[in-house]
Ligand binder design. Structure first.
Ligand code: HEC
Ligand code: HEC
Ligand code: HEC
Ligand code: HEC
Ligand code: HEC
Length: 160
């Protein structure tokens, strides 16, 4: 190689290293969501994630039981959809951030070209049941936070 290319090659290599380091090491420092809006047929729920995650002394795994990267949990709906129908089957492999989550339902890492492993998900709660069971279940266990038949509007904003 011509010697006059050495400095520019060295600078480019250094910049690439800086970019890769920044990409790998700065991403996990992303802030946790302080509040999450969960829109649904029962009326929008404003969930104070920051209050639950930081102030109440709960563990991430009390809610994010997916066993994947605890800093980047999967959305509940990736595993608890409104229905395990053809649309879910067709799209779901692309909705996960990490393939580590696949084994939560599949016995082995699924091969997209040879889908031999078809999990039985009759024991996996659907979306609204999963949220109600987890949110209201913990409130009832801890004797704090809304639960029970008359608690609906403590979480759901009424539709106008
Ligand atoms: C009381 C239950 C609860 C606790 C405790 C909790 N989270 Fe969450 N978190 C949720 C819910 C519910 C969502 C919304 C998921 C969805 O939209 O499907 C969420 C969303 C997130 C998201 C955004 C995910 C996305 O894909 O948009 C991140 C990141 C996150 N949580 C990280 C954490 C971390 C890290 C901890 C521990 C410090 C934690 N959470 C503790 C319930 C909780
Ligand atoms: C990577 C897949 C995955 C993600 C993401 C996930 N779950 Fe689950 N969840 C499951 C599976 C599979 C089961 C069935 C029981 C089992 O295998 O543990 C389950 C069971 C449940 C149950 C029933 C009993 C139990 O174990 O607590 C509730 C409630 C629940 N999930 C709520 C949630 C909520 C709320 C979120 C988001 C904060 C969430 N799940 C995220 C896979 C997941
Ligand atoms: C919450 C449970 C669950 C998780 C987690 C899950 N799957 Fe699936 N998967 C299913 C169900 C249900 C089917 C359909 C089974 C059937 O048709 O009988 C399926 C089917 C498949 C198929 C066959 C698709 C077809 O067209 O026939 C592939 C490929 C697949 N999954 C890949 C993945 C990959 C990759 C991941 C992780 C990124 C993943 N799955 C995570 C439940 C899950
Ligand atoms: C692991 C336990 C746990 C889970 C899971 C949980 N909570 Fe709570 N939540 C609490 C406790 C404890 C309180 C009472 C403490 C307080 O109000 O400061 C509370 C209080 C609340 C309150 C009243 C105070 C406020 O923040 O406005 C609301 C609303 C609420 N939770 C919504 C939810 C929703 C929605 C979910 C599910 C996405 C959920 N919680 C899941 C433990 C939990
Ligand atoms: C602790 C908070 C909380 C309480 C209390 C609560 N819900 Fe929910 N509800 C939720 C969350 C969270 C969801 C799911 C949001 C999502 O799918 O993103 C939900 C979903 C729903 C849905 C949508 C179902 C679907 O298939 O789309 C209906 C309807 C509903 N709730 C009715 C009720 C009724 C009726 C009550 C009172 C008996 C009640 N909820 C009490 C938090 C709560």
């Amino acid at each position: 190689m011509n010697r006059r290319y050495f400095p520019i090659t060295a600078v480019t290599a250094a910049l690439c290293l800086v970019a890769v380091f920044g990409f790998l090491h700065l991403a996990p420092a992303r802030d946790l969501p302080p509040r999450i809006v969960l829109d649904n047929a029962g009326g929008r729920v404003l969930f104070s994630h920051g209050h639950h995650a930081a102030d109440l002394g709960l563990d991430c795994g009390d809610c994010h039981h997916d066993g994947a990267d605890p800093e980047h949990p999967e959305a509940c709906g990736s595993c608890h959809p409104a229905a395990f129908d053809a649309a879910y089957t067709a799209a779901h492999a692309q909705t996960f951030k990490s393939t580590r989550s696949c084994n939560r339902c599949h016995a082995a890492a699924p091969d997209p070209d040879r889908p031999t492993d078809r999990p039985d998900v009759t024991h996996v709660p659907l979306r609204a049941d999963a949220f109600h069971a987890q949110c209201l279940g913990c409130h009832e266990n801890m004797g704090a936070g809304p639960f029970g038949e008359k608690s609906c509007n403590a979480c759901h904003q009424q539709r106008k």
